[in-house]
Design a protein. Sequence first.
Length: 252
Amino acid sequence: MRIPIVAGNWKMNKTVEEARSLAFELSRKLREIEGVEKVLCPPFPALLAVSALLQGTDIGLGAQNLHWEEKGAFTGEVAPNMVAEFCKYVIIGHSERRAYFGETDETVNKKVRAALVHDLTPIICVGESLDENESGRTGEVVRRQISLGLADVNPAKAAGLVIAYEPVWAIGTGRASSGENANAVLADHIRPALADLFGAETAQAIRIQYGGSVTGANAVEFFGQPEIDGALVGGASLKVDDFVAITQAAAK
Ligand code: PGA
């Protein structure tokens, strides 16, 4: 059985002080919820403070990005071992990074492999744009993102990957996909693409989240679907009650 995983992507929000206070409020309520893996992903400057706060809880910490090189002259970048000092998880290939910062399936692939070397759990984002969706190319797009993004990943580590299916048109728009539609993309395209790479058994073990305008109100619809193993949450992860409700809805 796959244990559901709910991760909060705080994006570029919260100073260190604000992050500390949000993480404190969240941890008080989240620590009581069992049967779901819980992850907070604050911005880089807040990782140290939030990691101290989460010590001794079962709430994991994640970064929102990393660079694939080990060290060196890469101004402004953060190396995998620096992320691994504080974090167990790292979000890779979010559609905002693909759209605004030039990430490609190839850079996603380098980042995923670098993360695994450092025993980080990558949360790899895939998903189609509105245009791709409307022209019936959803399957083709997510299959390409999976096959190129996860090429040459060590099969022994593949079962530990987390995929986030996030249709770009649903992110931050308040226009979530339906549970049924999202489930169909996972069943028809994402899990089969994972099976092509790693075999059916490993593909069954890999957790696939849904992301895109998930709220406390619509979470149940997604988690009732057989293929959906949790959520990657943006806007609602900054609201304590909403994020707690989403986490509760995911708990098995
Ligand atoms: P949203 O963002 O929940 O605000 O739509 C999701 C994401 O970008 O991961």
